[in-house]
Structure formats: structure tokens, C-alpha cells
Write a protein that binds this ligand. Structure first.
Ligand SMILES: C[S@@+](CC[C@H](N)C(=O)[O-])C[C@H]1O[C@@H](n2cnc3c(N)ncnc32)[C@H](O)[C@@H]1O
Length: 196
């Protein structure tokens, strides 16, 4: 008897350096703007994995003071700061962390952010038995802003084409929040905004 093999659709574009290496993928400006247009931050903001400053430059639009650092020297912000090891505190923290250290970034930010921290993560970060026990059962996010439009990440300098296949969301932990996790959907229209 012939066996029928069915192959699941494969993503056409993905962050190929996700699993090892420094994972340097600048965030498109519209994806950062979608956060600050919907979530208010009062006080200083620390972009603690700033890369080349793609996110920091949009965060300056909040009118708040923005500090920037990265483990690597990418010509922007303060290099040599490993966020996983830091004791430095900040009023607010906003970043798109390296994929392979996302959990560590949550644990550190829970300790060092005084008010709010927001991490741009895959929506699938919500899944997983380990994360349920180490993060979500103890310190669930206050809000999850799901992107209605797909973000496409490109390594620095790569020609932009096509569309991403991975769903992302802003995960926000707010020390003043009471109650459970709020799930919200970001409005559409941000992706076509021109930030040049
Ligand atoms: C996905 S990129 C995002 C860059 C920037 N946040 C943005 O959104 O455009 C992740 C960044 O994390 C930095 N990084 C990796 N490990 C780090 C660590 N342990 N502490 C601080 N930064 C780190 C990488 O150098 C890289 O610039």
C-alpha cells in the first residue's frame, strides 16, 4: 500500500541566525512605533540590546530620555553590556532581545525595571511548559499586543523583499498593573508608514 506523506507549509523567510550567534536583526521602525503609539511610558527608557539604534531612534519620539547599550559594538549606544548579567536598574526597558536569550531577558528585566518593560517576541513565546512554570505562572505579562500585520526581519544590509511568516507581539510587564493578562490587537496601518 502506498503511503501518503504530507509536508506542512514551510516558512519562506525566517531569522536564520536565530539559534546561535549574536542574532542582530534591526527592528523595522513601524513595529516600534506601533508600541509607543498604544502603550504609554513615563520616565527614562533603556534599550538594552540596541544594535545599530533602529529601535532607540523611534523610542526618542516618546520625548523621554532613551539610554542605549548592547553586548556588541555596533557603533551605537554603550557596548559591552550583557543584559543577562546586569544589576543596572531603569524606569522602563524596551527592546527586541536576541531570540536565544529571550527568557533570560524576561528574568533580568523583572529584577531591574522599576515601572514597565516591553519585549518584542514571537507570539509563540506564549507556549511551552518550561516558560509556563518559570515565567507565566509567576509573573505573567500585563498586556500582549499582537501584531495584525506581519513583521519581516532582515539581517543588516540585506535587500528587502517578500513578507515574513512568523507572528510577533509586544509583551508588556507593568509593575502597576492589577489583574490578569490583557490580550489586544494592534491596529493595522503602521506597516505602510514612512519613517524616512
Ligand atoms: C534582534 S537584534 C535587535 C536589535 C535592536 N534591539 C532592534 O530592535 O533594532 C538583538 C540584539 O541583541 C544584542 N545582544 C545579544 N546578546 C545580548 C546580551 N546578552 N545583552 C545585550 N545585548 C545582546 C545583539 O548584539 C543584537 O544587537
Amino acid at each position: 500500500m502506498n503511503q501518503l506523506f504530507v509536508t506542512a507549509p514551510q516558512p519562506t523567510l525566517k531569522r536564520v541566525a536565530d539559534l546561535d550567534g549574536p542574532d542582530f536583526y534591526p527592528t523595522p521602525a513601524w513595529a516600534t512605533y506601533a508600541l509607543i503609539d498604544n502603550e504609554k511610558f513615563h520616565g527614562d527608557i533603556w534599550e538594552c540590546a540596541c544594535g545599530d539604534g533602529a529601535m532607540s531612534s523611534v523610542l526618542s519620539r516618546t520625548g523621554q530620555n532613551v539610554e542605549s547599550s548592547d553586548l556588541y559594538d555596533r557603533g551605537f549606544g554603550e557596548p559591552g553590556i550583557d543584559f543577562r548579567e546586569t544589576n543596572r536598574t531603569a524606569t522602563n526597558i524596551i527592546t527586541n532581545p536576541p531570540f536565544n536569550a529571550a527568557e533570560d531577558f524576561v528574568h533580568t528585566a523583572l529584577k531591574v525595571a522599576d515601572k514597565k518593560f516591553a519585549l518584542l517576541l514571537r507570539l509563540a513565546f506564549l507556549e511551552g511548559a518550561k516558560r509556563r512554570s518559570t515565567i507565566f505562572s509567576k509573573a505573567p505579562p500585563s498586556r500582549v499586543w499582537v501584531f495584525s500585520e506581519r513583521i519581516t526581519f532582515y539581517p543588516k544590509g540585506v535587500k528587502r523583499k517578500g513578507s515574513g511568516t512568523t507572528a510577533y507581539a509586544w509583551f508588556v510587564w507593568d509593575k502597576d498593573h492589577c489583574g490578569g493578562t490583557e490580550l489586544s490587537w494592534l491596529p493595522t496601518g503602521y506597516k505602510k508608514m514612512d519613517f524616512n
